[in-house]
Design a binder for this molecule. Structure first.
Ligand code: GDP
Ligand code: MG
Length: 440
């Protein structure tokens, strides 16, 4: 991945007091390779590297930064600019309802994102959306949306699979006006590939509903293909924004980096999982930091604050930054973390988490969480405070007591150690920040 690739060079340069032109050159070589490896469009890579070189070499060093930090900052800033700079918000029509048309290829995540967006609009903006099922081709597409609508307790408008999608859209507008819905989110059909017929249908829906937003839903895991798809949809439909889904599974970040540069269309939201609340406004600065492997403390803390009450969030934050945590702290954290969502999602936002082999691909599900809890609860106080006393026979006892196995106990110990290492890294980064030396 990009982060791993850059980490070595960044680590080297981070410790330096002075950066030479040769350092910048070497670093840019790594950056270039890393971006190409991450499947970033080659034209974008070329422009990017040139811009960073221009800015990094011969620049006056800021007082609060070391030269090494400054180069990293330039890379970070330019990555952020490449992805649109500021956060792009969702448009609101002058006269309600605001129509949002979701378009994209089959399987990209349109239907899921329709529901996620509706949930977000109601939860964070107090809106009253109407969902519209206009995918009449894919079997069960309307059922899928109706199920999601029930789950959210939100109205879904559809006319069955025999109706014409343009008629559905037209009637949905009247329905929304009658019921005072302030947003209309239209889930349209997709194909496996871009084709004329699909585009014509989408153009017609667009013509009758005059949407404020035409959002292309693309699968981040498809890399450069996502960028090509965005380009063709944009040419036909004049997109207002992109929703990048499955960023939770994308380790390369190539599509996120190139899409704005190639199509001049901002990414507005990021899909971070299959659950209905796994949608986040897209923040270019945070994404840049995440790609660079600096983690995303901001997102993490924000998430913690919405899901856990303020005081507990502060406590959690403190614990995460202290590097002397015990298994008891870990246990306490687990119960907080469980409220925040899937653990692997949370870990992905932590600085250095991408470097942790043991955790990187660990899909931690509820069952595993229950095992972890059971293992820790089977430890004595001494063992929780000081895991280094855990020898073979103690581990066997714990495995038996928790109904797990010795390999499982070992795995938890390893993850715990990795996590402690990470906490240390995080706290030293925070110290740097306080001195004004960190990245924004
Ligand atoms: P559509 O054909 O474009 O309507 O796609 P769907 O909404 O039916 O989604 C296709 C699959 O992708 C489903 O299994 C979704 O659960 C999954 N999916 C959608 N968004 C995300 C995401 O952000 N992350 C992950 N991991 N899966 C997603
Ligand atoms: Mg669908």
């Amino acid at each position: 991945g990009l982060a791993e690739r850059l980490q070595g060079t960044l680590d080297k340069i981070r410790g330096k007091g002075k950066v030479t032109e040769a350092d910048v050159k070497e670093m840019m070589r790594e950056v270039r390779l890393a971006l190409l490896e991450a499947d970033v469009n080659f034209k974008v890579v070329k422009q990017f590297v040139n811009r960073v070189k221009e800015r990094a070499v011969g620049q006056e060093v800021m007082k609060s930064l070391t030269p090494g930090q400054q180069v990293i900052k330039v890379v970070n800033d330019e990555l952020k600019e490449l992805m649109g700079g500021e956060q792009s918000k969702i448009n609101v029509a002058d006269k309600p309802p605001t129509v949002v048309m979701m378009v994209g290829l089959q399987g990209a995540g349109k239907t899921t994102t329709t529901a996620k967006l509706a949930n977000h609009l109601r939860k964070d903006h107090n809106r009253k959306p109407l969902l519209v099922g206009a995918d009449v081709y894919r079997p069960a597409a309307i059922d899928q949306l109706e199920t999601l609508g029930k789950q959210l307790d939100m109205p879904v408008f559809s006319l069955g699979t025999e109706a014409n999608p343009v008629d559905i859209a037209k009637q949905a507008m009247e329905e929304a006006k009658a019921n005072h819905n302030d947003y209309v989110i239209i889930d349209t059909a997709g194909r496996l590939h871009v084709d004329e017929e699909l585009m014509e249908e989408l153009e017609n829906i667009k013509a009758v509903t005059e949407p404020e937003e035409v959002l292309l839903v693309v699968d981040a895991m498809t890399g450069q293909d996502a960028v090509n798809v965005a380009d063709s949809f944009n040419n036909q439909l004049d997109l207002s924004g992109v929703v990048m889904t499955k960023l939770d599974g994308d380790t390369r970040g190539g599509a996120a980096i190139s899409i704005k540069a190639v199509t001049d269309t901002p990414i507005k939201f990021a899909g971070m999982g299959e659950k209905i609340d796994a949608l986040e406004p897209f923040h270019p600065d945070r994404m840049a930091s995440r790609i660079l492997g600096m983690g995303d403390v901001l997102s993490l803390i924000e998430k913690a604050q919405t899901d856990v009450d303020e005081e507990k969030a502060k406590e959690l934050e403190r614990k995460m930054r202290s590097n002397d945590m015990t298994f008891d702290d870990f246990l306490e954290q687990l119960s907080q973390v469980k409220k925040m969502g899937p653990l692997d999602e949370i870990l992905g936002m932590m600085p250095g988490a991408n470097k942790m082999k043991g955790l990187k691909n660990a899909k931690v599900d509820d069952k595993q969480l229950a095992h972890i809890e059971a293992i820790i609860r089977s430890m004595t106080k001494e063992e929780r405070d000081n895991p280094s006393v855990l020898n073979g026979s103690r581990k066997k006892r714990i495995a038996r007591g928790s109904g797990t196995s010795v390999p499982e106990v070992n795995r938890l110990l390893k993850q715990f150690n990795e996590m402690k290492k990470m906490m240390k890294q995080m706290s030293s980064m925070q110290k740097g920040k306080k001195k004004g030396g960190g990245l924004n």
